[in-house]
Ligand binder design. Structure first.
Ligand code: TMP
Length: 213
């Protein structure tokens, strides 16, 4: 395998779906194959974007309107892409991102009520047609995901304190995006054990890029 397999891969899904576990596993696997891997989470991934993360995730639900959240997410995303993601891809590294633009389409757009056309217009304005080549959507019943979130010893952020209806809408929205873009999006049943989820992720990467992992 060579650096030619360089890929920008995003991981999406509801809270508690296991995205960060899978990113760690895939990063370790790629590195074991001699690949450079850059991982990032959104919002975040640079000191400034992490500061924006605290602003947008902290406080009570409703602190920001969905439209304001969208703007903050895109300020953070623009800097992350400019300073971390594009340079990494240009050097031939793999980039594994814990959430990307689909999160804005789902949380602020389809579940939050900002017209999807507006979210897409902002994306074009800020990032043009820059998007991941492959997106894994870790699909899980919201109740199961929230049980996992509650079992963590961390304080809940404002997105983790919303009502069940919001998470149901978000889940449906991800599945809709996957139907609209089947060549980019792979839906994975995240209720299965982490090893089974990892195996499906590895299979999909092998099938799409031809690289053996
Ligand atoms: P997480 O890192 O634990 O997944 O938390 C990030 C939260 O931010 C999550 O609830 C989804 C939310 N979010 C948005 O609402 N819009 C976005 O564009 C992004 C990247 C995240």
């Amino acid at each position: 395998m060579t650096g030619k397999g360089a890929q920008f891969i995003s991981f999406e899904g509801g809270e508690g779906a296991g995205k960060s576990t899978q990113i760690k596993r895939l990063a370790a696997r790629l590195r074991a194959h001699g690949q450079e891997v850059v991982t990032a989470r959104e919002p975040g991934g640079t000191p400034d974007a992490e500061a924006l993360r605290s602003l947008v995730l902290g406080g009570a639900p409703g602190r920001w309107s969905p439209r304001e959240e969208m703007l903050l997410m895109y300020a953070a995303r623009a800097q992350l892409v400019r300073t971390v993601i594009r340079p990494a891809l240009e050097r031939g590294a793999w980039v594994l991102c814990d959430r990307f633009a689909d999160s804005t389409l789902v949380y602020q757009g389809l579940a939050g009520g900002v017209p999807v056309a507006d979210v897409r217009a902002l994306h074009r304005l800020v990032l043009g047609d820059f998007n991941p080549g492959l997106t894994f959507i870790l699909d899980l019943e919201p109740d199961q995901g929230m049980q996992r979130v509650h079992s963590r010893a961390e304080a809940l952020n404002q997105f983790e304190q919303r009502d069940t209806q919001f998470y149901e809408k978000a889940r449906e929205a991800y599945l809709r995006l996957a139907r609209e873009e089947p060549e980019r999006c792979v839906v994975i049943d995240a209720a299965r054990p982490p090893d089974a989820v990892e195996a499906q992720i590895v299979d999909a990467i092998q099938a799409r890029t031809g690289v053996q992992l």
